[in-house]
Design a protein around this ligand. Structure first.
Ligand SMILES: NC(=O)c1ccc[n+]([C@@H]2O[C@H](COP(=O)([O-])OP(=O)(O)OC[C@H]3O[C@@H](n4cnc5c(N)ncnc54)[C@H](O)[C@@H]3O)[C@@H](O)[C@H]2O)c1
Length: 465
């Protein structure tokens, strides 16, 4: 049998691509190395981390947040195995959901490692070594990314862990050192800090969350410090000595100077992720790579006819929803339609407490590009619903083109920011202005009124401040 499309990798990019292709009538198969579908995101990334982030936030809320609301429940007790079961059940339900969807859409699933011996052929090697070769017109590589390693440091997932091990710790570490103040470090650092660990984040740069709006990140860092997270910025972790029971972490000032050491029970290495292309046979096939990424054109095509790539293995942010949109776009292109991704409007969310959510340009981006802009800001302290819910930390910032008023970026620090950012993404997708946002009726009382007020503030006419 010959397929129209074989997708290698069943993460959010791959499985969404396969489903969309099948919807459009392409005979589609998907190849997955893990025993379950869903890739890093569903199995060991976005979904399990959100289960632990939610559960640990509830734990902290009960411990510190309810008294002020007049709800007295005494000191909460942590049942870590139950919390882990909630996480595992969440993952289980999600991966089964994907298996159901693939079956419903008549996508053939092959469990095994996929490689490409030649254009038009995908070899699947099962766990027991059995091989089969499938024929196909098109191949989409959606093999995602893997943890970036710190040179000379071995991740044993017990003492020195990646995000995978940090989702599975059998007990709360006394001292947790997080290497890297990126999204993973701050999300998983938050989980274990809330459950009782003393958390120190060591970051090479002089700021946290590189790439996100600086003002938002500075205020966020202050909030994390108030929560008890310690930061060493401008500091590079140069080595980690694993003693079996704990670790000694050597830190050097990024600007040079004398090294110091910190002791930890667990060290989380969260210094980024790298495209995962090993074992696909890309070198022999002649697929062009650049800095580990598969090179594609604007239609996701590699230099080898019939071979395409999407998601974390190609350029752009390593985000599940970016991969999903690329998966849909390439499926539509292969079905003869005009699939497209608007890279200007890809939201990003950091699922901490409070959350950070953003879409579009930062102030730093606009300054670097020499774009004249107006900024409107509105704090949650001035929002009635935020006060009622005791969620007054943070603000909304709307950045609009000074000449056309078109919204170029929205940045939110606050409870539920990840949900609130969606209206900004829709507005920007339609090329909306701050005036459009300001004149859109927002329900009262809601946190999202702060988005409208920030839009009003662009023209200095916010009402509630
Ligand atoms: N909520 C989300 O959207 C989400 C959640 C998890 C992961 N992700 C994605 O996964 C990818 C990986 O996340 P991440 O947090 O590992 O990486 P990251 O690239 O976001 O951050 C890594 C940080 O580590 C620092 N660093 C590097 N080497 C260092 C060293 N030796 N010592 C000290 N600091 C060092 C870097 O300066 C950087 O700030 C990212 O692309 C991220 O977008 C997204």
């Amino acid at each position: 049998m010959s397929y129209d499309l074989i997708v290698i990798g069943s993460g959010p990019g791959g499985y969404v691509c396969a489903i969309r292709a099948a919807q459009l009538g392409l005979k589609t198969a998907i190849v997955e190395k893990r025993k379950t579908y869903g890739g890093t995101c569903l199995n060991i990334g976005c979904i399990p981390s959100k289960a632990l982030l939610h559960a640990s936030e509830m734990f902290e809320e009960v411990a510190h947040g309810l008294g002020k609301l007049g709800v007295s429940v005494g000191k909460p007790k942590l049942d870590l195995p139950a919390m882990m079961k909630h996480k595992d059940d969440t993952v289980g339900a999600n991966v089964q959901g994907v298996a159901f969807l693939l079956k419903k859409n008549k996508v053939d699933g092959f469990i095994g490692t996929g490689s490409i011996p030649a254009a038009g052929k995908v070899e699947v090697t099962a766990e027991d070594g059995a091989k089969q070769v499938l024929e196909t017109k098109n191949i989409v590589i959606a093999t995602g990314s893997d943890v970036a390693q710190l040179p000379g440091v071995t991740i044993d997932e017990q003492v020195v862990v990646s995000s995978t091990g940090a989702l599975e710790l059998p007990k709360v570490p006394g001292k947790l050192i997080v290497v890297g103040a990126g999204v993973i470090g701050l999300e998983l650092g938050s989980v274990w800090r809330r459950l009782g660990a003393e958390v120190t984040v060591v970051e090479f740069l002089d700021r946290i969350l590189p790439g996100l709006d600086l003002e938002t990140c500075k205020q966020f860092q202050r909030l994390l410090e108030k929560q008890g997270v310690k930061f060493q910025l401008g500091a590079k972790v140069s080595s980690v000595e694993n003693t079996g029971k704990g670790a000694k972490v050597t830190i050097e000032p990024a600007a040079g100077g004398a090294a110091s050491t910190l002791d930890a029970d667990v060290v989380l290495v969260a210094i980024g992720r790298r495209p995962y292309t090993q074992g696909l046979g890309l070198e022999a096939l002649g697929v062009a790579l650049e800095r580990g990424q598969i090179v594609i054109d604007s239609h996701f095509a590699t230099n080898v006819p019939g071979v395409y790539a999407i998601g974390d293995v190609v350029r752009g942010p390593m985000l599940a929803h970016k991969a999903e949109d690329e998966g849909i776009a390439i499926a539509e292109i292969l079905a003869g339609q005009h699939g497209h991704v608007n890279y200007e409007v890809i939201p990003g969310v950091v699922y901490t407490s409070p959350e950070i959510a953003c879409v579009g340009a930062t102030e730093e981006d606009l300054k670097a590009r020499g774009v004249a802009y107006k900024a409107g800001k509105f704090p949650f302290t001035a929002n009635g619903r935020a006060r009622a819910a005791n969620h007054t930390d943070g603000f909304v910032k709307v950045l609009a083109d000074a000449t056309t008023d078109r919204v170029l970026g929205v940045h939110i620090l606050g409870h539920g920011a990840g949900e609130m950012i969606a209206e900004a993404a829709v507005l920007m997708e339609f090329g909306g202005s701050s005036e459009d946002l300001a004149r859109t009726c927002h329900a009262h009382p809601t946190m999202s009124e702060a988005v409208k007020e920030a839009a009003l503030a662009v023209e200095k006419r916010a009402i509630h401040i």
